[in-house]
Ligand binder design. Sequence first.
Ligand code: SAH
Ligand code: SF4
Length: 366
Amino acid sequence: MNTKTITEILTQEHFSHNDLVTLLSAKGNDIKQIFDKAAEVKQQYIGNKVYLRGLVEYSNKCRKNCLYCGIRAGNNNVSRYTVTDDEVIQAAKYIKELGYGSMVLQSGELMTRNFVDDIERLLIAINKETDYRLGITLSLGEQSEDTYRRWFDAGAQRYLLRIESSTPELYYKLHPNDDTHSYQTRLEAIQTLQKVGYQTGSGVMIGLPFQTLDHLADDLLFLQNIDVDMVGMGPYIEHSDTPLYEYKKLLPSKEERLELSLKMVAILRIMMKDINIAATTALQTIQPDAREKAILVGANIIMPNVTPQSFREQYFLYQNKTVVKDDAFTYHEQLEKNIQAIGCEIGYNAHGNSLHYKNKKNNKMN
Ligand code: SAH
Ligand code: SF4
């Protein structure tokens, strides 16, 4: 039992596991204290700019069978697609025109030689066609060191690979226990990305069946210990075509998952002052304005979807995923209004790189 109050904990430089559990259990006015502190830290270290990354959901083909994910290999109800090179390049040009400084290429996990070659070729083409103006983030799963190097050399600067849960025991309740879904391999892949030189992002799902506040406290310490540059974390949302759906009854309500996700973002901002934190699409799926709420308590990145319309309904990682039917421009105008309405501004035509990554590099050189 922690006998400290929230106010006492928030004055500390470092949080212990018990402190984090106390923060995560906060209610009512105590939550407000955490959110206020996170907003203050964000203002001081990051400012009020929100950076946008145009997200292209490149392919829903996947070799894996994560027990929570709607596009897992074993789901036969999915019609599989890959966006063509032309469409990706069109999307990249459009992202540049909108003034977003970056794009994200995300996909199911494939390790075939063709896939690796295709991404390498695409990276070179995107950079050429956009005059090297966009920061490019990849989120393409676990790959060999050689592949990570090739893609880095071809012009990708950032990579997102969530650990999903940092507790191996829980990890194996979410993944089949086999060589394709090894916790150790995933952890090593994150470390390899850091070694290769990427701005490296990770994250977890929040509000999973079997997940406790102890797990989430450990997740926060994990992200701090491995010293990530960016974090994307959001609520788990069930999908009826997946094995984990069976445990739906164990889930916290959507409102609880939202509140817990906002607490995680806020606490992480207080712990890791200069990293980039995304306000995720899964948040928006739970509540239309939840991303703005996350921005107010510490997040500074939004990833608007720019996947060609015809594919969007086939990239259903989870159910009821927000599928924006508006064209990218109408959507953008609304997003800009929403961001301004909460007193923030969009960081146009800038990569919005992780300050943490920059600060780490500078420290090494000094
Ligand atoms: N295949 C890659 C990238 C695409 S999946 C990978 O797995 O790393 C991107 C993220 O979607 C995953 O990391 C996972 O955290 C999230 N995701 C998948 N299914 C989800 C669900 N049911 N609810 C919430 N997030 C989910
Ligand atoms: Fe594939 Fe990623 Fe979904 Fe796992 S989470 S099944 S690796 S797309």
